[in-house]
Write a protein that binds this ligand. Structure first.
Ligand code: GDP
Length: 139
């Protein structure tokens, strides 16, 4: 069993896509073990994406991630990190495979509907950034 961290980003929440995205997540055999709505502050978004702070799109990315509420979740399953990344599809929806979340719901390379951790260490860090251990259930 492995855990990964997911965000349904503000574009997808605004468009009313929480339901179908969660349906795709559960349909892929990943289980929700924690979730809540959150409107990120500028400081939270800057900290979360600190690895990208030198990139030219950083300010736009922070502005987008603070533009409305998102749904933060912890997902659990065998090989959850890689399986969720595969379900999400490529960062740029033009390059995302058919049947992926981003192919269906992303608008562009920035407003791309979902986030998922890319490795075990980042998954641990990202889960701890938004959830206390007592907020995560066992299933
Ligand atoms: P991910 O792991 O697929 O989410 O991609 P990255 O870690 O490379 O980028 C983090 C997030 O920054 C992406 O999901 C996008 O929301 C945004 N992003 C990435 N590349 C670009 C870009 O070239 N331009 C803009 N505006 N945003 C980007």
């Amino acid at each position: 069993m492995e855990r990964t961290f997911s965000i349904i980003k503000p574009d997808a929440v605004r468009a009313g896509h929480i339901g179908p995205i969660l349906e795709m997540i559960e349909g892929a055999g990943l289980q929700l073990v924690a979730t809540r709505m959150l409107h990120m502050t500028q400081g939270e978004a800057e900290g979360f994406y600190a690895v990208h702070r030198e990139r030219p799109f950083f300010a736009d990315l922070v502005k987008f991630m603070t533009s409305g509420p998102c749904l933060v979740s912890v997902l659990e399953g065998d090989d959850a990190i890689a399986r969720y990344r595969a379900l999400m599809g490529a960062t740029n929806p033009d390059e995302a495979d058919a049947g992926t979340i981003r192919k269906r719901f992303a608008s562009n390379i920035e407003q791309n509907a979902v986030h998922g951790s890319d490795a075990p260490e980042t998954a641990r860090e990202e889960i701890a950034y938004f959830f206390r251990a007592t907020e995560i259930v066992s299933r």
